[in-house]
Design a protein around this ligand. Structure first.
Ligand code: SAM
Length: 284
């Protein structure tokens, strides 16, 4: 059970592992494997990395391996890519999704702790830096694993106000269930501005830091689809909190979320969200 009184890094990580083991199949099917909305970033990130045939690459928090797959195709059979993630379920899917190719491997490792004897030409990390309680440790770890002239590429979601898909629901939920997110847990949009992201990476010692921002469009359908799918795809510990609400409170919450979506709803009732994504590149 998560300790509600104070933030505990180990408990937070364990909770995340549990959540990702549970949601990885749904995440892969609904999001990562479809190049829509925010996941248009997968190709953009790999493009920005300017990878070459024969490169060696590390994909940190590889999840179900969608970035890894694009990298593998780019570097060819003379290259090599390793994906690391703390979720064994995600890795299982990543292996299946990438088939058994000889130019890749997936390893169950923590971004703050991995340690390789060889150095990589490039390191990528998509939609995960904000999950690491000690992002500096993870970034320094990446730096130590890069060749002298190596580069990194990091994608993050923008600040919550620029990603209404998340905030339209979460802002309302937090009013009704203040401990919905473990108190003291690091904010998931804490690197969601150009300056916060580039400062974090500069502090870890990287140079030539450059952040590009994209605004993708994402339509979750009509409000009913948006709400229904949120409840369907949300991780179990969060679903339990939502289910514990009294019926009337739950209806009030639903109405609050609906109000939040109005500004993004077109005349035909379809919601169309802007979705800001930042992609950073930097040199060792
Ligand atoms: C939103 S997913 C992103 C996965 C993948 N990079 C993609 O773009 O689809 C976040 C991933 O971070 C992983 N993760 C969270 N904390 C981690 C940590 N400390 N070390 C390694 N992986 C971690 C989760 O297991 C999950 O697979």
């Amino acid at each position: 059970m998560y300790n509600k009184m104070r933030f505990n890094k180990t408990e937070y990580k364990q909770r995340n592992i549990g959540i990702w083991n549970e949601v990885a199949p749904r995440y892969h099917k609904r999001w990562a494997s479809i190049n829509d909305g925010p996941f248009q970033s997968t190709s953009k990130l790999v493009q920005l990395m300017k990878l070459e045939k024969g490169n060696t690459v590390l994909d940190v928090a590889c999840g179900t391996g969608v970035v890894t797959k694009k990298i593998r195709e780019k570097i060819g059979m003379s290259g090599y890519v390793v994906g690391v993630d703390t979720s064994v379920t995600a890795i299982k899917i990543a292996k299946k999704w990438n088939k058994l190719k000889s130019n890749l491997n997936f390893v169950n490792m923590d971004a703050e702790k991995f340690n390789f004897t060889t150095k990589f030409d490039a390191i990528t990390c998509q939609y995960a830096l904000f999950f690491f309680p000690n992002a500096q440790k993870a970034l320094k770890n990446m730096k130590n694993s890069l060749k002298k002239d190596g580069k990194i590429g990091i994608s993050v979601h923008g600040h919550k106000d620029k990603v209404p898909f998340f905030s339209n629901i979460l802002d309302a939920i937090m009013e009704f269930i203040p401990n919905y997110i473990p108190p003291g847990a690091p904010d998931l949009d804490r690197f969601g501005t150009k300056s916060s992201l580039s400062n974090e990476v500069k502090n870890a010692g990287f140079s030539s830091v450059f952040v590009k921002d994209y605004v993708f469009k994402y339509s979750p359908g009509k409000f009913e689809d948006y709400w229904k799918n949120y409840l369907r795809y949300v991780a179990k510990p969060l679903k339990e909190k939502l289910d514990s609400l009294e019926r009337k409170t739950r209806e009030e919450l639903r109405e609050k979320v609906r109000e939040n979506t109005i500004q993004h709803t077109k005349r035909n009732g379809i919601i169309e969200f802007p979705w800001e994504v930042l992609i950073l590149t930097a040199k060792n």
